[in-house]
Design a protein. Structure first.
Lengths: 202, 202
DNA sequence: CACGTTTTCTATCACTTGATAGAAAAGTAG
DNA sequence: CTACTTTTCTATCAAGTGATAGAAAACGTG
């Protein structure tokens, strides 16, 4: 017996990509549930019916968009490849870069956020996110250990635990909560002070 | 000319509260948009029509629920009053308490999260959140300064900037992202190490 | 009880939204 | 051109969903 699968035609890969791109934009604009299939189709230059020819249900499209988001849109802002030689600089680049990006593209981080909540009830999504977080956690740990070897970060720190703290810090930061003015100004500087290998003169 | 306002009857304050409580539960369960007015009314033991007698639009109800959430449900888990004498202990109590609470009641923090995003386009909501964040930020700063006076926290730290970091850290933590197993185990311990007044023997 | 007010319900609307059926159009091969 | 496949469109459905009108019930007061 044939599985209750979608019709098997090869489809146009180009149209698929166009729909995923339009879906990403719509979800960044209106959120995961707020994005309307009609808008997405319209933005891709087709009708809803044709959208459903490529993605039988909205959930299929959402899945494809989130997968695309993780693989294409999420790694870039992290700058995991930046300045590998200088771990502290890489850390700073990542944090300030993300803060700026979160101001410019808040919808992107709202999408990441909705994804995290959705992952609680979706094993596939959770697995994808876990892989991504693992890579991120590992990269930050590597940066910290490199800086420890250079004597620029306290050698007694548990780099894994600190990496976790930094990830939490960044995840909270990109939600851009309404903190008192200037609360973020000395953040990066202060993080460096906390991690620094030697006590300042005081 | 009379303003286009709802009918002026006094209403029952008890029913209002019952609706807000039911709304809070429904939104914790299904999210801000996912909560259905029919479900909320049913949970309060009335029909949708009666709900609209108390809250002309769903948005009015949402507003009331969020206001209630900030004032009643949000301050409690922070334990801002805990162990005021010992700032570091208060900090630890807050962080571990929030981690546990976030595991037990994730929906509460999803609601807080949706609120933060909604506040971007709603000045009233943003103002309410800002007041709450300001109090939180101030309390953490007070704890840190108290611990500095006791000589248990490095005196060279900018307590405001560190308070911001801790708030970001907590906001990220309560989203419970799928980090590698055990990533959070030594978090609190490591935070203490970072803040500690003296370098360990190494 | 009688009368006015407040509260609640039944029934229904108006509209959105994801989804589908079936025809038409576009592409492909001989 | 013809026959077949792939893609797209028009038109429409079915299930919600917030909201309302208007009658009925409950309440309060003398």
């Amino acid at each position: 017996m044939t599985a209750k699968r979608a019709r098997p035609g090869p489809r146009s890969a180009r149209q698929r990509e166009r729909l995923i791109a339009a879906g990403y934009r719509a979800m960044v604009r209106s959120g995961l549930e707020g994005a309307r299939t009609r808008d997405i189709a319209g933005e891709a230059g087709i009708t809803v019916a044709t959208l459903h020819y490529y993605f039988p249900t909205k959930d299929d499209l959402v899945r494809a968009v989130l997968e695309h988001t993780i693989q294409e849109q999420m790694l870039a802002p992290l700058r995991l490849d930046a300045d590998w030689d200088d771990g502290l600089a890489a850390l700073e680049t990542m944090i300030t870069g993300l803060a700026r990006h979160a101001d410019a593209e808040p919808g992107h981080y709202r999408l990441l956020n909705e994804m995290t909540w959705a992952a609680r009830e979706d094993a596939t999504l959770r697995a994808m996110l876990a892989v991504w977080h693992e890579g991120w956690h590992g990269a930050i740990g590597d940066w910290l250990r490199a800086a420890q070897r250079d004597g620029r970060v306290r050698s007694d720190l548990d780099t894994g635990a600190v990496a976790t703290m930094i990830i939490y810090l960044v995840l909270g930061m990109v939600t851009r909560p309404p903190l008192p003015a200037g609360a973020e100004d000395r953040l990066s500087e202060e993080l460096h002070r906390l991690l620094a290998a030697f006590e300042p003169k005081d």
